[in-house]
Write a new protein. Sequence first.
Length: 734
Amino acid sequence: MRAEVERRWRELSLRHLLDRAALIEERIRRAVDARQRTDPDPDDAFRGLYLSDDAIRRLLDEGRTITGPDATDGDQLAAAEAWADAADATEWLGEEAAPLEARVRPAKTEEGSAATRDNKARHPTRLRALTREFHLTALDVEILLIALIPDLDDRYEQFYGYLNDDVTRRRPSTGLTLGLCGVSAADADARGRLHPASPLRAGGLLLVEEPDRPFLARALRVPDRVTAHLLGHDVPDPRVADVLATWNEAPDGGRWQDLPGVGDPAPLARALGGGAELAYLREDQGGAGTALATSALTRAGRAAIGVDLERLAEDPNPLDAVRTLTREARLTGAGLVCAPIDTLIRDKPEVIRLVADTELPVILVGRAPWDATWSARSPLLLHAPRVEPPARAALWQRSYEPPISPDLDVTRILSPFLLTPDQIARAARSAAQTASLNGGKVRADHIRAGARAQNAAGLDRLARRIEPTVTWADLVLPADPLAQLRELTARARHRDRVLGQWGMRPGGGRGRGVAALFAGDSGTGKTMSAEVIAADLGLDLYTVDLATVIDKYVGETEKNLEKIFSEAAGINGVLLFDEADAIFGKRSEVKDAHDRYANVESAYLLQRMESFDGLAILATNLRANLDDAFTRRLDLVVDFPLPDATQRRVLWERCLGPLLPRASDLDLDFCADAFELAGGNIRSVAVTAAYLAAESGGAVRMEDLIHAVQREYQKLGRLTLASEFGAYVGLLRG
């Protein structure tokens, strides 16, 4: 039934347009007749250079393809059901058009059909809706139709060529248009309707071409997008196709009641319905800002056009793009949902101002505080909370159509990921595609991979990304550090519940981030432990390269760190600062300018660590060098001791691996007892021994291991004592 009603609306809208265009045809006919009566030389020998009178008369007699069909009684009944009362329509109608407008003016409906009348009132004919939205006068409508008619029937290109007395000029000129409207070309008010600031031109409905010609000789044309809209086709203008974004609306047509922790679009919808035109939704990482904005516009009776501000800022002519977007929104009765503003704040704030000052409902979404310089209008400021874990799971399951295995705890799997509704939907589709390669059954690793695929690539330019390949079984640590590492993963997994729902970190501008310090000698497993934690949470590990951070110029190090923290806030990953004491060192007494700036750098890092929302791990060999203020802000400090003999035995076995061929003389028990090496050193020894075996073409022998240990001692600067090598001292090479 609804589809049938929509079809009738489109038919009525098209009929209205064609009937109004038919009136323009009558005017053109009269103009042609007048021209023929006053033509001084109808037998001109050079008439072949332009259209003859006979040719024009023949064209006129071919038939009226523009004339709309007469409305039947049934059509008038449909119109009566479709439109709200429009008694004020004659305020902008010409006398000729008034009877046609009466056809699409509804009769009074019965009292019981008020809901139907309210619903249909939002769908007037397209020409009438355009007239009201762009505040066109009766003269504006006539000018628009005169310029439009060649795009409805190509015969009129020839008519206009005849009336322009130039067959090469097939569009109506401004002078011809004003004459067809029955106004003087010297009428200042009439000429003003073609001024660049007039509703027709400022709204993008009419193009005045050939600006180098005299005013009355300039050609008028209606953009293709406007013509298509009036004919019932609403594919967006290709000019802005690259900047459009499809933001997911609230599930179930805007009903969010069953998704706690997402947010309610109703307050914003009421504000938009009450006349609010600019709103700013400040969202947390993983917030539902764009979905809330889209749902609010839908509830307020408008469509939503999503705008990707990052791509808009890259447009070579953003002003023209914004004008096209504005016209698109006004044609379709939509509002703009624009996100994210964060990347534009520093370098291109003018793009934010362009969008924010657009005269239609605009909702901006970002994570930064509102800046009053972004718009001359006062915005409605609202907060868009992050999507909580239960809501993430519900949105994921709604986006993934096949039934989920009851063994999969989607809430737990997605709890470490801060994802927007749009990212959740894309992650679900990505997981489905990956699962299709494995028989269609989705697994936990498919869900995690789909979620990781939503990470932006910005941090890859500042840090090295590592896809974790190790698990808890690969760690060889004492019980206490191992327990602390598991506690760290629990903090990262349940921080939304503890810090958000239970409010265990209120006020102070602190984020929901988790920070830990891994302290211990080189090779004791700090980096590997960070990789294991990332793997357990399903996240990528990003190792910060200090070469991209440290800068000798004052203030540059802080800028580089800010870039890292800002990019890290937009991804789901574990951030690892190796050799952290280089940038998180102790503040010292100020004796010179160098000390003062070094302390400023440390103070900045203290503040930035507190506001960070992600999972950050600091690794250091020198715990004593870290500032005490950092230690207080850390959630956990994990000490990594050197392994004992039992742990070294396990490390030797694992580092040599199951695939490496071994000779029968390997004495791993001796190696574990005699050589006090960290896990990283044992791995280096195993790799060196493997190369020696490959060169000799055989299996790894005890001689290869002893020689590899000797080389590792040389790297470490340790003495090669005969007492340590015991019975194997004879295998040492001079």
